[in-house]
Write a protein of this length. Structure first.
Length: 103
């Protein structure tokens, strides 16, 4: 099983191949924000992939790219949306909006 490490928590958890980073975070009570419910309509689940970008996540689709384009000031070449990035192997991600806001 692939392993996903969430920073700054430094928490490593197991994931199923094909799960999104958001699904993995929810399965393990990580606290990755997702204001739109995980349907690629916002960018609150923004993560920065520290390791595993090229081979261990499915590539971005057009919908994710369009949503990411709204993150002009905070987007990096390693930015992904947790609700869209599907796990294929081990990855390490930095949660952009940490700590989560109080709801």
């Amino acid at each position: 099983m692939p392993k996903v490490t969430f920073l700054p928590l430094n928490k490593t958890v197991e994931a199923e191949v094909g799960q999104t980073l958001l699904e993995v975070s929810e399965d393990h009570d990580i606290g990755l924000e997702h204001a739109c419910g995980g349907v690629c309509a916002c960018s609150t689940c923004h993560v920065i992939v520290q390791d595993g970008t090229d081979n261990n996540l499915e590539p971005q689709d057009d919908e994710e790219i369009d949503t990411m384009d709204k993150l002009v000031s905070t987007q990096t070449v390693h930015s992904r949306l947790g609700c869209q990035a599907r796990v294929k192997g081990d990855v390490t991600v930095q949660i952009f909006n940490w700590p989560p806001r109080e709801m």
